[in-house]
Design a protein around this ligand. Structure first.
Ligand code: NAD
Length: 398
């Protein structure tokens, strides 16, 4: 069976789905690995390094003709048009946020498997959890960006030229990325506080060295599957107002509440920004085309407010660390692929809970239960898009 890696085409995407180390593992399982020439260039992985690991370096056309096509992100239009029945494409397809892509993939007859739909609570799925591996990288990089943009030190420094007080860092959202941001800021010597609507995150935050901030105006908001539930409009307003006081007392704020496909919850309002001291920095990991966790943030843009607050719209951070992100993603995707293969061939079993979680299209139809067509009738509708503060869409891509 031929398994290929194609060069990613999304703007700014520097990751690649397999690294040479993973090629060896797939070859050992009896798979032929094809790598599109130049696929690893932007992660400093040369064609030669793939060839040395046993892959065939091929043209784009040959890569796209393989039985299984491995990707990081979504296939572009040209790739989708070239897919056919009998082929399998695996990537971070974000089908809950991009239903239209799921429909188009189904129309090709190919089997589409989405890495971001892996049931994260299944112990056997944890080595395949690309959302976590990429969020870890994003959280680390967010803390590094915060330190780089901040005009003072993170650690306390006592020198002959004077003493620098440690920076006060606030992390909003204590999921995988938030925990890594806390740990990284702590290792740089900052004093770190953190807040999340899920009270169970307190012990996790404390275990990596943060002080947990409890808001008196908003009650617990844990939802299903370890995610937050949607806040009501009143709760959102109360949360924003109470948070503003805490935000103003910090030098660097890192926001991590991402709700892909929907507008991320607004945690830092215009008023909160105005109350911050000049020289403060905000790194908004929730920055997206739909808006971010911070008023006025935009993905890929750094702006400075009139009162001197630097806002970094830090979307797509894993791609800025392509070597680490590709290595981790390669372990995730090859772990899933090997789980789906028996005796060198794909052995799909939709009765298996993990497989049922990741298979999006099969035999010309969208088959994932979470993507069932909207119920007909007056009450039937799709999940609300672009809803501020809504609960996490489990499995949506970071
Ligand atoms: P995420 O990226 O969806 O969100 C990040 C954090 O933002 C979450 O902790 C969420 O509670 C928080 N948040 C959402 N709205 C907020 C608001 N209005 N104010 C403040 N905070 C808000 O989350 P994630 O990092 O993908 O993980 C979420 C959960 O999944 C965690 O509990 C994590 O431990 C769990 N998880 C479990 C497994 C497993 O069981 N194997 C694997 C991965 C993740």
């Amino acid at each position: 069976m031929k398994v290929s890696v194609v060069k990613e085409t999304a703007p700014g995407e520097r990751r690649v789905a397999l690294v040479p180390e993973a090629v060896g593992k797939l070859r050992a399982a009896g798979l032929d690995v094809l790598v599109e020439s130049g696929a690893g260039d932007r992660a400093w992985l040369t064609d030669d390094s793939y060839a040395e690991a046993g892959a065939s370096v091929v043209s784009r056309g040959e890569a796209l003709a393989a039985d299984v096509v491995l990707m990081v992100g979504k296939p572009d239009d040209a790739i989708v048009q070239g897919l056919h029945a009998g082929q399998v494409v695996i990537g971070l397809l974000a089908p809950l946020a991009d239903r239209e892509l799921a429909d188009r993939l189904a129309a090709t007859g190919a089997t589409a498997i989405s890495m971001d739909m892996i049931p994260r609570t299944l112990p056997r799925a944890q080595p395949m959890d690309a959302l976590s591996s990429q969020a870890n990288i994003a959280g680390y990089k967010a803390a590094i960006i915060g330190a780089a943009e901040f005009g003072r030190f993170f650690p306390m420094l006592i020198t002959a030229a004077g003493t620098a007080r440690p920076a006060k860092v606030l992390v909003l959202g204590i999921g995988v990325a938030g925990l890594q941001a806390i740990g990284t800021a702590r290792r740089l010597g900052a004093i770190v506080s953190a807040y999340d609507v899920r009270p169970e995150t307190r012990t996790e935050a404390e275990s990596v060295g943060a002080t947990f901030i409890e808001l008196t105006s908003v009650g617990p908001a844990s939802g299903e599957g370890g995610y937050a539930r949607a806040l009501t409009e009143d709760e959102r307003g109360a949360q924003q107002e109470e948070l503003a006081g805490h935000i103003a007392r910090h030098d660097v704020v890192i926001t991590t509440a991402q709700v892909p496909g929907r507008r991320p919850p607004l945690l830092v309002t215009e008023d909160a920004l105005k109350a911050m001291a000049a020289g403060s920095v905000i790194v908004d990991m929730g920055a997206s085309e739909l808006g971010g966790n911070v008023a006025g943030s935009a993905p890929g843009q750094t702006t400075v407010t009139e009162n001197g607050v630097t806002i970094v719209g830090a979307g797509h951070l894993p791609s800025t660390m392509p070597a680490a992100a590709s290595a981790m993603y390669a372990r995730n995707i090859s772990g899933l692929l090997l789980y789906l293969v028996a005796d060198g061939e794909l052995a799909l079993d939709p009765g298996d809970e993990l497989q049922a979680g990741v298979i999006i299209t099969r035999d010309g139809a969208v088959v994932h239960p979470a993507l069932a067509p909207p119920a007909a009738g007056p009450g039937g509708s799709s999940p609300p898009a672009n809803t501020e503060g809504s609960a996490r869409v489990p499995g949506a891509a970071s």
